[in-house]
Design a protein around this ligand. Structure first.
Ligand SMILES: O=C(O)CCC(=O)C(=O)O
Ligand SMILES: [Fe+2]
Length: 510
């Protein structure tokens, strides 16, 4: 599921000079990469305008376009880019014609994306996508997209997004260390799941083969059946016809991701084991305790569609729920860490309500992937079309589509994770998300429903909750100043609650 609203994410761009096929400097990456950097460099084409990383300036004998900026030379590139955000489309276009350096700045597509979103066009669900936000806002045909030779523009701020939008995620998914491989089974029984697997990720290769959508859904079939259905894709609501144009032809570093929770209603799908159903929840995960909430349960299922390189940056799923994610078309690379791990490049506030990480998936892969996969708690795997992956409650995950794809995901509360969910709803009430606005006490609502329908289970859940709190108090000496999120360090400090399971990984902090 997408980053829940309780985990506000802020971004920081890690800037490093990097090579370009036509230039002598080589890639500089964090963590002494064990990837083959030369193959990464050769997979990145030269910038279409000829823009180069800043470091290349020191190897160039020719003129530097920045010298012709006049008084604006005093401003660093980051600040120049920020200034441009104040210009309207006409001013931005004209300003770009004043010199080559400013041309390179003014065609950066992210600025045009903001302009698009704030314009009337940004409110439309059907329009012609022209391959870039700039071309779409300015109604430019391919021949009207002017090309200026910017080979004397040296800037990491301008070059880095181009690298990130051309990084092939496949480069990072090769050679998964055997110890990191997410377990794969054909299928699991509910007993096996409840006894041994509810706290670990795994992939099932046969479990969803009987779903009708596994055979019938492709991006093409969607286009023929649902072209006019309007889906939510991050900040926009677009018809599938429009989204598929975008999906096939965009250069965004973080492509807009179609992530819609009302899809079943919009597409008039039947879900569940009934005549004519499109798909149903797999048996192996057992009862979903949030079903006791009926219509009052928080948002729980999503249709996900996106192009290669789209995906989800590091997050934990909301309300300490577990999830399954079924790939219908395409393939997804998952990299996951248990709840208390410190994930390289991901910084969490003391109360876990804010997550700061590099802006894009590509940026994280470039800077932190090599270091991350060396950690003993790292789990990685590729979920192919027709397979389903289990996301245990509280696990960090980053997911990237390796090709255009369609997936279905659903969040749930298995019996074995009830204590964790009760603890979250009670102790992190300010981070609870996905409920309708008028539900102010999710913990009280859930406990009340469990008391009516599953009193024995509630008792066990409350016992787990109390035990968790007791263990926590023992560790931190009941002292608030200790902070509420000790991080598991890669150097080996491990912190587990071990509720009875011999091989318990870790659990959430109450
Ligand atoms: O398919 C994806 O991008 C991942 C979605 C996700 O985070 C999930 O299913 O929990
Ligand atoms: Fe998720």
């Amino acid at each position: 599921m997408l980053l829940p609203s309780h985990q506000r994410q802020t971004g920081s761009r890690a800037l490093k000079g990097e090579g370009d096929r036509s230039q002598p400097l080589s890639h500089s990456k964090a963590g002494n990469s064990n990837h083959d950097d030369s193959s990464l460099d050769s997979s990145i084409p030269s910038h279409p305008l000829g823009i180069k990383p800043l470091g290349n300036k020191y190897f160039s004998s020719g003129e530097d376009a920045r010298m012709l900026l006049g008084t604006l030379q005093v401003l660093p590139d980051e600040m120049l880019m920020q200034l441009l955000e104040y210009l309207d489309p006409r001013a931005l276009r004209l300003f770009g014609y004043t010199c080559k350096f400013l041309f390179a700045c003014c065609v950066v597509d992210d600025i045009w994306k903001t302009i698009f979103l704030e314009s009337d066009l940004g409110k439309k669900s059907c329009f012609e996508w022209r391959g870039s936000w700039r071309a779409t806002v300015l109604h430019l045909s391919p021949e009207q997209n002017i090309r200026v030779d910017c080979s004397n523009v040296f800037s990491d701020v301008l070059h880095r997004p181009f690298v990130c939008s051309h990084v092939s995620p496949r480069h990072y998914t090769k050679n998964i260390p055997a110890a990191n491989e997410i377990a794969r089974f054909e299928d699991l029984s509910y007993d096996e799941f409840a006894e041994s697997w509810s706290k670990k990720p795994f992939i099932l290769t046969e479990c969803i083969q009987s779903w009708p959508v596994t055979k019938s859904w492709t991006v093409e079939s969607f286009l023929s059946q649902y072209a006019d259905v309007v889906f939510r894709a991050e900040a926009v609501d677009w018809s599938f016809a429009t989204y598929s144009q975008y999906m096939r032809n965009n250069q965004d570093e973080s492509p807009l991701y179609l992530f819609d929770r009302k899809f079943a209603e919009k597409m008039t799908l039947k879900v569940g084991k009934e005549e004519g159903a499109a798909y149903w929840k797999p048996d192996c995960f057992g009862p979903d305790l949030f079903e006791l909430l009926g219509a009052e349960r928080p948002a729980h299922r999503w249709l996900i569609i996106g192009p290669e390189r789209s995906g989800s940056t590091f997050h934990k799923d909301p309300n300490a729920t577990s999830a399954w994610n079924a790939v219908i078309q395409g393939a997804k690379y998952w990299i996951m860490f248990p709840p208390l791990a410190s994930v390289p490049g991901v910084f969490v506030s003391r109360d876990s309500s804010e997550v700061t990480s590099p802006l894009s998936i590509a940026e994280w892969l470039l800077e932190f992937h090599a270091e991350a996969r060396k950690l003993p708690e790292c789990r990685e795997g590729i979920c192919q079309a027709g397979e389903i992956l289990h996301v245990p409650s509280g696990w960090w995950h980053l997911v990237v589509n390796l090709e255009d794809g369609i997936a279905l995901t659903q969040n749930f509360v298995p019996e074995s994770r009830l204590g964790g969910v009760l603890s979250f709803l009670k102790d992190k009430a300010d981070q609870v998300s996905g409920f309708e606005r008028d539900i102010s006490d999710a913990y009280g609502l859930f406990v009340g429903r469990l008391r009516e329908e599953r009193p024995g289970l509630l008792e066990e859940g409350l016992r787990q909750l109390a035990e968790k709190k007791r263990r926590w108090d023992t560790v931190v000496g009941d002292d608030d100043s200790a902070g509420d999120q000790p991080q598991k360090k890669s150097t080996g400090f491990s912190f587990g609650f071990g509720f009875g399971d011999e091989d318990e990984d870790e659990d959430e902090i109450p």
